[in-house]
Unconditional design. Structure first.
Length: 220
């Protein structure tokens, strides 16, 4: 028996009434240009990147940390800064943190579909650092670390806390950083950035189980 094609009403057209087109997903990117009398910062961020980086802040140790942040956070990050380093590293480091915080906020938009929480426990040789964070919309920094006040290149180590505070305040992040133990100052701060990067990657990841915003209030 030979089957013959049966023509239906919709045959011959691609249009299927009632079928909804998937909404286009907005790219999770941000571009920040921030200029004050003290610094000028240019930043490009892609949350769905692969760790590509182009960093030149004028503060070598901060560059080292931001490269780690991009790599371990799986984001693409470009950051250039021209700051008043003839004063010290304070304004440049803080303003890079503010710009990164603004970029995170911009790239996340209304935070639809993100996992929201992130945590990491990262060893760095003799140092162990724990970071827990929440894109709650309620900026808060808890910073439990005793970092000797000294210079790593032209980076003042007390600026690590200021950097993370700036990120948390501008991005609406609840951020807890605990150094459980450690001694080498370079390791203490590097452990923080790596743990922050891993926790960040978890929190901003799109979670297919999350419909809308991961909050019983419906907004973050
Ligand atoms: Mn290092």
């Amino acid at each position: 028996m030979v089957r013959t094609k049966t023509l239906t009403k919709s045959a011959g057209t691609n249009h299927k009434p009632g079928r909804k087109r998937k909404p286009a997903v907005a790219a999770r990117v941000a571009e920040i240009k921030r200029t004050t009398a003290e610094t000028s910062v240019q930043l490009k961020l892609n949350l769905d990147g692969s760790g590509k980086h182009k960093i030149a802040t004028g503060v070598g140790f901060l560059d080292h940390m931001l490269v780690l942040l991009a790599r371990h956070g799986f984001v693409d990050l470009e950051m250039q800064a021209q700051g008043d380093l003839e004063v010290d590293s304070h304004h440049t480091v803080e303003d890079c943190g503010l710009a990164l915080g603004q970029a995170l906020k911009q790239a996340l938009g209304d935070k639809t579909g993100i996992h929201r929480y992130g945590e990491a426990l990262i060893p760095m040789d003799e140092t162990l650092v724990q970071v827990a964070l929440d894109f709650s919309g309620r900026p808060f920094l808890v910073f439990h670390a005793e970092i000797p006040k000294l210079k790593l290149g032209n980076f003042d180590t007390e600026m690590a806390e200021e950097f993370f505070r700036a990120v948390a305040m501008e991005s609406g992040l609840t951020l807890h950083i605990n150094v459980l133990y450690g001694s080498n100052v370079h390791h203490l701060i590097e452990g923080m950035f790596k743990a922050f990067a891993r926790a960040l990657a978890q929190a901003v990841a799109m979670d297919s189980r999350v419909h809308g915003v991961m909050s019983s209030k419906g907004t973050l």
